[in-house]
Structures are given as structure tokens and as C-alpha cells.
Write a protein that binds this ligand. Structure first.
Ligand code: UDP
Length: 227
């Protein structure tokens, strides 16, 4: 919930200085979506009491807050909903699937698959995401005021397939350790990026193979595995 208090503080500053406000929201506002891909009009399927709810509902509340300022004060607010993103400078121990799998492959450990591994995600390389953020933030197109745009890679992959792909790039023994699926883990998540294409002329350029190779090189360097 602290993220919505932070948003409130930031938006007050933006209001008093007449600044444009770009909110980094999240695909988590869609919860465990019942439709795929998700477009910006989808209202989501979120548990208000589940283990992810502080983050999900905090971000949803922040969006509601921004729209309230937009309607009341005609502020130039813009919202991006960021889908799964990865790349160099991620924390290798942050627990997300790409750092986990790369580390497991580099150290020849089993891949930890939560649940059956047939849930899907769509992974966007960080440079593509930043390109979309900058395009949205710095465009003077008046039509972008009060818009919500999904930014992410629209190519879904199952978690099992992701492990296979990372295994092929690094070379591991390809063993899976199936562990319990966390509560409220979304079954599918995939952005509909039609709006980003139409309004910003944006779409991701970096293939998953290229992005994963760059991320693997980064992790090898920080783990001193280059020799
Ligand atoms: N996951 C997994 N093994 C791991 C880490 C994550 O199978 O070691 C799964 C997780 O349950 C989820 C997906 O990979 O279904 C993506 O998880 P991540 O934490 O990267 O992002 P999320 O989409 O959950 O925000």
C-alpha cells in the first residue's frame, strides 16, 4: 500500500509544479485474468485479500487516484501497465523466474518449476520497455493525456518452455524440481499492445533469445563465471 501513498505525494508535487505525471503501473492490476491477451479496457480479476493484494490493489488504487486528479484538475497524467520485464542489472536473488532459471542453469542445479509449469508469461527486454516509457512520457501529443497503455512483449511462453530455452542457451542437465504453486499465481498473462502500436508507434524489437543471451552474459560477469 505504501506505493499508493508515494503516488499521492508525488502527484501533489506534480500538481503544484504543473508537471506531467507518468505512472509505472503493472499488469498485476489484471490479477489472474480471465481473458488473454489483456487489453487496457479489461477490468481484471483481483483478490482484494490474497497474498498479492497489497501490491495489486495498491497499484489499482494509485490508478484510481491519478484518474481522480485528472478529472478534477485536468492534470496531464499517463499510465503504463508494465508486464514481465527482464534484463541486465536485475538482482540475481530477487526470486523472479528468469534470474532463478539462469542461476540454476549456470550452477547446474535443477530448475524450480512452481506448479506444473504450464502457466504462461510474456517477457519484455528492459531496453524495449524503456523505449516505450520515454516515447509515452516525452510525446507532446495532447491525446496521450489521461491514457493507459500496456507495455510488454506480446509473445507468451510457458514456464516449462522457458526453462528449456534457457537450458539450450546455457547447457544444463535439464531436470525439473516441481514445487508448490504460490497462491493467486496468474495462469496466463499476455499484453494486448495494439494501443501502444497505434498511439506511440511502439512495439518490442529485441527477441527473447537475444535478450536472454544479454542477461546471461551479465549474470556470468557478476558471478565471475567468464573464465
Ligand atoms: N516461477 C517458477 N519458478 C521460479 C520462479 C517463478 O516456476 O523459480 C513461476 C511463477 O510461479 C510464475 C512465473 O514463473 O508463474 C513468473 O514468475 P515471476 O516471479 O518471474 O513473475 P510474476 O509473473 O509472478 O510476477
Amino acid at each position: 500500500m505504501t506505493n499508493s501513498i508515494g503516488t499521492k505525494n508525488m502527484i501533489e508535487i506534480a500538481l503544484s509544479s504543473g508537471a506531467r505525471f507518468l505512472q509505472g503501473s503493472t499488469s498485476e492490476v489484471y490479477g489472474d485474468p480471465k481473458i488473454s491477451p489483456q487489453d487496457e479496457n479489461y477490468h481484471g480479476n483481483v483478490s482484494s485479500t490474497g497474498i498479492r493484494s497489497c501490491y495489486d490493489e495498491g497499484k489499482r488504487f494509485a490508478e484510481a487516484l491519478l484518474f481522480s486528479y485528472y478529472r478534477s484538475f485536468d492534470m496531464d497524467i499517463r499510465i503504463i501497465r508494465i508486464f514481465n520485464t527482464y534484463g541486465p542489472f536485475m538482482n540475481i536473488d530477487d526470486g523472479r523466474v528468469i534470474p532463478n532459471f539462469i542461476k540454476q542453469a549456470l550452477y547446474k542445479n535443477k530448475f524450480t518449476i512452481y506448479g506444473k509449469g504450464n502457466q504462461t508469461r510474456s517477457f519484455c527486454y528492459v531496453d524495449d520497455l524503456i523505449d516505450g516509457m520515454l516515447k509515452f512520457m516525452f510525446s507532446d501529443d495532447k491525446n496521450l493525456k489521461g491514457e493507459v497503455i500496456n507495455l510488454g512483449n506480446p509473445e507468451p511462453i510457458t514456464i516449462n518452455e522457458l526453462a528449456i530455452e534457457i537450458n539450450e542457451l546455457i547447457g544444463n542437465k535439464m531436470e525439473f524440481d516441481f514445487v508448490q504453486l504460490p497462491e493467486d499465481d496468474p495462469v496466463n498473462r499476455c499484453p494486448d499492445i495494439t494501443k501502444a502500436k497505434n498511439l506511440l508507434g511502439w512495439s518490442p524489437k529485441i527477441s527473447r533469445k537475444d535478450g536472454l543471451n544479454r542477461t546471461i552474459d551479465y549474470f556470468k560477469a557478476i558471478l565471475n563465471l567468464n573464465q
